[in-house]
Write a protein that binds this ligand. Sequence first.
Ligand SMILES: Cc1cc2nc3c(=O)[nH]c(=O)nc-3n(C[C@H](O)[C@H](O)[C@H](O)COP(=O)(O)OP(=O)(O)OC[C@H]3O[C@@H](n4cnc5c(N)ncnc54)[C@H](O)[C@@H]3O)c2cc1C
Length: 400
Amino acid sequence: MKLSFSAADEQFRIEVATWLEENLVGEFAQLRYRGGPGDEHMFPEERKRWEQKLAEGGWTCVGWPKEHGGRGCSIEQQVIFHEEYARAGAPGHVGHIGEGLAGPTIIAFGSAAQQAKYLPGIVAGKELWCQGYSEPGAGSDLANVKTKAHFDEQKQQWVINGQKVWTSLAHESDYCFVIARTDPDSVAHKGLGFFLVKMDQPGVEVRGIEQLTGTSEFNEVFFDDAVCAADDIVGEPGQGWAVAMGLLGFERGVSTLGQQMQFQNELNQVITLAKENGAASDPVIRQRIAEAHAGLKIMRYNSMRTLSGADDGSLQKEALMYKLFWATWHRDLGELAMDVMGPEAEMLDGGPYELSRLQSMYLFVRSDTIYGGTNEIQRNIIAERGLGMPREPRVTIKPQ
Ligand SMILES: Cc1cc2nc3c(=O)[nH]c(=O)nc-3n(C[C@H](O)[C@H](O)[C@H](O)COP(=O)(O)OP(=O)(O)OC[C@H]3O[C@@H](n4cnc5c(N)ncnc54)[C@H](O)[C@@H]3O)c2cc1C
């Protein structure tokens, strides 16, 4: 088990921290601690420029192989990068879906032509992506996707019809990766395709969904005879499930580990407030703060243990617990923040619906236990894949 970083890695930490200190200034200084979950609507244009600034410094796609334009960082260096990024209060990445999901998927499953066409725009921080998986009837049960894609032989292109929902940042995105049924008579995970679809075209309509936070960072997306070039399907028609599942492996991967520093920032804010308003003298609040602190330490050491991994570099089964643990911890932090705020938690900063950062955090963290796999689904995964328990019965419904 490795519980510390090497001297070379610590040197890398200094390099990251120094670059951030020197560059998160001027017009970017206002972005500190902004643009994270629940705050993604803030400063979109400035954050796009920041993304390009990062690219100039070689700090986008740090974990990608160098041959694809990345920095080729080891897992340890990636963790350090994300930690220092959050420690500096650098803003939420508008390009995180391209960098963390679309790009790695195109690297793993895409053709050389797709890699040449799409990866440079992601590395440069200039082309943003969104994820077109969920539909009104297909969330946890993703195999229930109904959106259809048929190949127009005459025009030699794919034509897509259907609806996606909860599509984060679709309103800012240039492209969407879409799972759609290439075989209309297929059921479950068979007969699907994985498409790279341009958002700016007739036949793609994005409608914002207002969230509890009063902001709107996800959307409904409607495809009405939207088109996609013949060679913009990743993998074979009908074989999209393997690509879609491969992508989810990236979603649960290393980039989530650096978020602990962001959690630390939030916990620090709660502790500061508790000291200021006297809540820290309440023994129950003190105990909950101590538990939150302990939870963060557990996350850190468990991550380090998981990263030490098996000799072949694969993640251990313990990694399956991570999503369930952090999502629940973060939800509880939101509740702790409200109790520390006391009666003020129920007051608005201003009208008509101006929330403080902690109020916004409290409301947004409810969704942590939903996206990227709900808590219930994570428990199924731990039971079935981690503990080898029998699979729960599955029902296959034929789409109408
Ligand atoms: C903030 C946010 C951002 C999102 N961004 C995106 C995005 O960018 N792109 C995208 O495609 N999707 C996105 N999603 C959608 C997200 O992936 C789904 O909400 C999630 O997969 C759950 O699906 P669902 O909402 O359809 O709920 P359902 O699957 O209908 O689940 C409803 C409830 O039933 C439970 N349940 C379902 N099946 C089982 C089971 N087998 N055993 C036990 N309990 C079960 C669930 O845990 C849940 O409590 C986002 C969601 C949120 C909240």
